[in-house]
Structures are given as structure tokens and as C-alpha cells.
Design a protein around this ligand. Structure first.
Ligand SMILES: [Zn+2]
Length: 295
């Protein structure tokens, strides 16, 4: 019996290496790992922390209470004492946070779950307008005390926020689904940051990963904690495969990935301003806004 030509072609084709694999998505530069450093309250100790980040070319996201900027405020402690916090000066935001992202944290740091929804709206709307006056667009936020619920999250979305960070540490490196961006759980408070440093440096993954660290610069009065943070920033600064990024830029990148338009042999980036990075085999490529690439 003789094989028909078409069957021979089919058998040949099925033995040939398959080149038609789809590219995988990466972070800018072809990386698979990202780092977000999110710091709350905007106290004067941010000056030292932001310059530590600068020294190691790391990007911070600083969640500020617009109502306290430029003030000194006493916070009552449970034991009856008062702790005084000095906040960053009004006229220095563009110096202290020059290389970093500024985000909202509620005008007066009220617990959103114990005040009326109108008060929550005011807390966030006042932050937006305070920073708008300084030409700073805030679309990221961290909830005061990490507290929120579905109604508050929905309100934040309505006001234009694209994310909202809680304090429900996951101790994992996964990225939440986009419908959870307004209830974004971080990886870890910085008190446990060294536990994650080595693990994250050694992590190899084809999926996109995120180490999300949060804290307060005013907690670094404890010298052990501060020295640990220095060590952590040195380690992350030296890593050559980690994208250090602000929470807003990161969120917008992930949302732009979600919008990519895939066809059998091509992918199109419909974004008007965000480039997306892809890896196809060993080749790393950038998909510019509006660009289509065949593969
Ligand atoms: Zn706070």
C-alpha cells in the first residue's frame, strides 16, 4: 500500500519542531519579578527612607494624609501617653518624593469603617484635590489602619482610584485578580522583610510575580529594624531581574496586559501610552502603544 502525498506531508509536519508558540508577557526589561514598597502616613522619617530608596534606585509609593502635611500632631496611646508625629513639610513634597509615587491615605487618617460613607468620601476627595493643586495625580491609595469593606472599595473606585492597599499580609508573591485591586493585600509588613528577601531573589518563575512590602518610616526608630531595611534595599538594589515600581505604575501595567488583543498569530496593544514587554523564545521585545506583532 502506498501513502498518499497529503498524508506524508501531514506526518512530516507533525514531526517538525513547533515554532508557533505564543509569546509570554513579562515586566519591562523582560523581568518576571516586581517589587512594590508602600509606606504610610508621610511623617518626617520619609526623608531618610526615600533617600535610602534613591541610593539603591528603588521606587517607593508614599501614602500621605493631606490634612497633616506640614503639621505636628499628637496621637494618644493606649497607656494614656501621647506620641507626637512631625509630618513632611508642605513645600518639600517634590524634593522628598522626586523619584517616587505619592498616593492617598485619607485626609485625617480616619478609620473608614467607623465613620459615615460621606466622611469617607470627604477624606479621599480632599486628598485628591490637595494633590491636584500641586499637579500630582493620585489614583493609588492605602486604607488608614488597612480597614475597608465592599462599599468603601466601590466608593474609592468611583472617585477614580485604581487600587487600594490593605494590611492583610499574604506572604505570597501572587498578583490579585483585577476585581480585587481595590482590596489589594500586600505580601508582608517590613518587620519580616528579610525572610522574603532571599526567597524572592532565588525565585525562578515563568509567571509574573510581585513582592509587595508595606510599613511606616516612623517605625525605623528601632535600629535593628532600620538596619534590616538597609540590608533589604541593598539586596534588592543589586538584583538584576527585579522591576522596582510604584503601585500606580504597576497597576496600570497589569490593566494594560489585560487589554491586549490576542489573535492566532498576532497580538495588539490597544493602550495609548503604556508599552508591554513580551518574551518569545529567548527574544525580548516591546509592544508599543497601538502596535501589533506577529508570532
Ligand atoms: Zn496610616
Amino acid at each position: 500500500m502506498k501513502f498518499k502525498p497529503i498524508l506524508i506531508l501531514y506526518l512530516l509536519a507533525s514531526c517538525m519542531p513547533q515554532n508557533k508558540t505564543s509569546p509570554i508577557i513579562t515586566y519591562p526589561g523582560g523581568f518576571q519579578k516586581a517589587l512594590i514598597l508602600s509606606y504610610d502616613d508621610g511623617t518626617i522619617q520619609d526623608v531618610e527612607l526615600a533617600s535610602l530608596f534613591d541610593e539603591h534606585k528603588l521606587i517607593g509609593t508614599f501614602n500621605l494624609n493631606s490634612g497633616y502635611i506640614g503639621t505636628v500632631k499628637g496621637w494618644p496611646l493606649a497607656n494614656g501617653d501621647t506620641v507626637y508625629q512631625r509630618y513632611v513639610p508642605t513645600d518639600s513634597l517634590d524634593v522628598i518624593y522626586k523619584n517616587h509615587e505619592i498616593a492617598a491615605h485619607g485626609q485625617y487618617h480616619k478609620d473608614f469603617t467607623t465613620v459615615s460613607i460621606d466622611e469617607v468620601r470627604k477624606e479621599l476627595a480632599e486628598d485628591i484635590s490637595y494633590f491636584q493643586d500641586k499637579n500630582i495625580e493620585v489614583k493609588s491609595m492605602a486604607y488608614p489602619f488597612g480597614k475597608t469593606d465592599t462599599i468603601i472599595g466601590e466608593l474609592a473606585r468611583e472617585l477614580g482610584f485604581v487600587n487600594g492597599r490593605t494590611i492583610d499580609d499574604t506572604h505570597t508573591y501572587s498578583i490579585p485578580d483585577s476585581d480585587q485591586f481595590l482590596f489589594w493585600p500586600p505580601t508582608t509588613h517590613d518587620s519580616r522583610v528579610l525572610e522574603h528577601a532571599e526567597k524572592y531573589i532565588n525565585l525562578k518563575s515563568d509567571d509574573l510575580k510581585l513582592l509587595y512590602v508595606w510599613g511606616h518610616s516612623w517605625e525605623f526608630g528601632d535600629s535593628t529594624r532600620w538596619n534590616n531595611m538597609i540590608k533589604f534595599c541593598e539586596t534588592m538594589g543589586k538584583a538584576e531581574d527585579i522591576w522596582s515600581v510604584g503601585h500606580l505604575e504597576f497597576t496600570e501595567y497589569i490593566l494594560a496586559i489585560r487589554d491586549l488583543e490576542w489573535k492566532t498569530n498576532e497580538v495588539r496593544n490597544p493602550s495609548s501610552r503604556i508599552s508591554i514587554w513580551l518574551k518569545h523564545g529567548n527574544q525580548i521585545m516591546m509592544l508599543k502603544p497601538g502596535q501589533t506583532r506577529e508570532f
